[in-house]
Design a protein around this ligand. Structure first.
Ligand code: LRH
Length: 483
């Protein structure tokens, strides 16, 4: 993505897009990290061509959270990074809990329990040759930045997803690392969004056609941190849902909420740009639908690929709230057989099993809207704040049915867009560092609001139908917290 930013102008051009196709090797699910890096190099080459020799003011990198690569002393990557959806962490939360009880872990880190938090991945890796040989650990965006610049750092917003950061001090939670046997010296020093992160190496310039010097700037390298910067809010009383593979639903706060009630509700205090806290809950998101489509396509063969537009049109006509599942249930994290897992969940809760792809799609979208509503209600209750509007950003902002259902479920107006909020938030933080724009998050958001196409959905329908659907899930609803 190439962004062009001025005081009253903000545009984004997609110059290159590449697939991210994980691969299972000897039973373990890996990222194809070199292929991703090649995609980045090709993208920089396309950016160089786009700017026709005028060059880039800066480059910023954001990716998904929690995952990492291990490097030897000479900088060699020791193993292909493991995908957080791999099941290697099964059972590690119990081991962690024996060393550090979950209430103490939450009080120290404020992070929701997700089975793939970096601490659990590192505990699962204890005793492996790669970890034993590792000199350095780099989170995925930091790894890409290292390959581009030769300089290593640990960007703070993404570091906060490791569960090794204290959200009050915004520094390492050393007692947590000690209790869990995690070596913090593996992590290079912390850097914050806006900090310099090196300049592109000579070989990268040669390969991409960019000119020296091209600085790399630390941004909210956790994609969700950048997406929250990209929320076009015009008032402070907003909730956001960053929807894509995941739905990350919650509030932006000035300080973490570390209460026992917050832990029980499995809310996270991830760190945001400009000293903010992203107080949110992970909800399965459109992953559920993507995985269903993958299963249907595999069953039907290449000749009958699912037509998503037609599917969503049919889903919009399907019976509302016929069956709902708990879109917070970690049972939906792993890949494969998603339609079957959804059918099982409906059966278990005594609801009709969806029979067609359209009915399954409606079940997924109703369930996501219900989980959005629950997260936004819980976030308000737990933080003592009240919201008047919900912003949906990310790819899901393009899904009209999801936006409409979310407005209905929450009983609040929904402002949808921009779909590329993470890229916009990334670019805005760089632009501010470069001096093209100034001000705090409120000023950046005003620029977003005045330049990006947005769509508003007003709540309609019978609100109590959502209460009744929520009641059907009742006690079966899981928040995913470790007890
Ligand atoms: C979204 C995301 C989310 C994390 C998950 C691992 O892409 O970064 O915020 O919880 O991936």
């Amino acid at each position: 993505m190439v962004g062009e930013v001025a005081r009253d102008r903000l545009t984004l051009h997609e110059v290159h897009r590449f697939p991210n196709q994980p691969t299972r090797v000897l039973g373990t699910l890996h990222w194809n990290v070199l292929s991703l890096y090649q995609g980045v190099l090709d993208g920089l080459g396309a950016a160089a061509a786009h700017t026709r020799g005028s060059g880039l003011t800066s480059v910023g990198i954001d990716t998904w959270a929690v995952d990492y690569g291990l490097l030897a002393a000479d900088g060699t990557l020791l193993a292909n990074p493991v995908h957080y959806r791999d099941t290697r962490t099964t059972g590690t939360a119990e081991r962690a809990a024996a060393a550090l009880p979950p209430p103490a872990l939450y009080a120290a880190t404020g992070l929701q329990h997700l089975p793939f938090n970096t601490i659990y991945q590192l505990m699962a890796a204890q005793g492996t040759p790669a970890l034993a040989a590792a000199h350095r650990l780099l989170l995925i965006p930091d790894l890409i930045a290292y390959w581009l610049t030769g300089e290593a750092g640990t960007e703070l917003t993404n570091a906060s997803t490791t569960q090794l950061i204290d959200p009050r001090t915004r520094d390492w939670a050393r007692p947590v690392a000690k209790a869990l046997g995690i070596d913090l010296t593996l992590f290079p020093p912390l850097r914050r969004p806006g900090d310099p992160a090196g300049t592109l190496r000579q070989d990268v310039l040669a390969e991409t056609g960019l000119t020296a010097p091209t600085p790399v700037t630390a941004v909210g390298s956790h994609d969700t941190a950048s997406a929250v910067v990209g929320v076009p809010a015009t008032t402070p009383d907003f909730a956001y849902i960053a929807t894509g593979t995941w739905s990350l639903a919650g509030l932006e706060l000035d300080a973490p909420v570390l209460t026992e009630a917050s832990r029980a509700a499995n809310f996270t205090n991830e760190l945001g740009v400009d000293g903010t806290v992203r107080y949110l809950r992970n909800i399965m998101g459109l992953w559920m639908l993507q995985e269903c489509v993958r299963s249907w396509d595999a069953r039907g063969g290449l000749a009958s690929r699912t037509d998503l537009t037609a599917l969503l049109r049919e889903a919009a006509e399907a019976t509302p709230l016929r069956s709902v599942v708990d879109a917070g249930d970690p049972a939906f994290i792993a890949p494969h057989d998603m339609p079957d897992r959804i059918a099982d969940a409906c059966r278990r809760t005594g609801q009709p099993v969806p029979r067609t792809p359209a009915e399954t799609t409606r079940c997924v979208l109703d369930s996501l809207a219900l989980a959005h509503r629950r997260a936004i209600e819980d976030a308000q209750r737990l933080s003592g704040r009240t919201v008047g509007v919900v912003h949906i950003v990310g790819g899901g902002a393009r899904n009209e049915l999801l936006c409409r259902l979310t407005a209905d479920a929450c009983g609040l107006p929904v402002v949808a867009g921009p779909a590329e909020a993470a890229a916009l938030g990334n670019v805005l933080v760089q632009a501010r560092t470069a001096g093209s724009v100034s001000g705090g998050l409120a000023e950046l958001r005003t620029l977003l609001h005045s330049t990006q196409p947005l769509r508003q959905y007003e709540p309609t329908g019978d609100h109590s139908a959502w209460d009744r659907a929520a009641a059907r899930l009742g006690d079966a609803q899981v928040t995913g917290q470790a007890t």
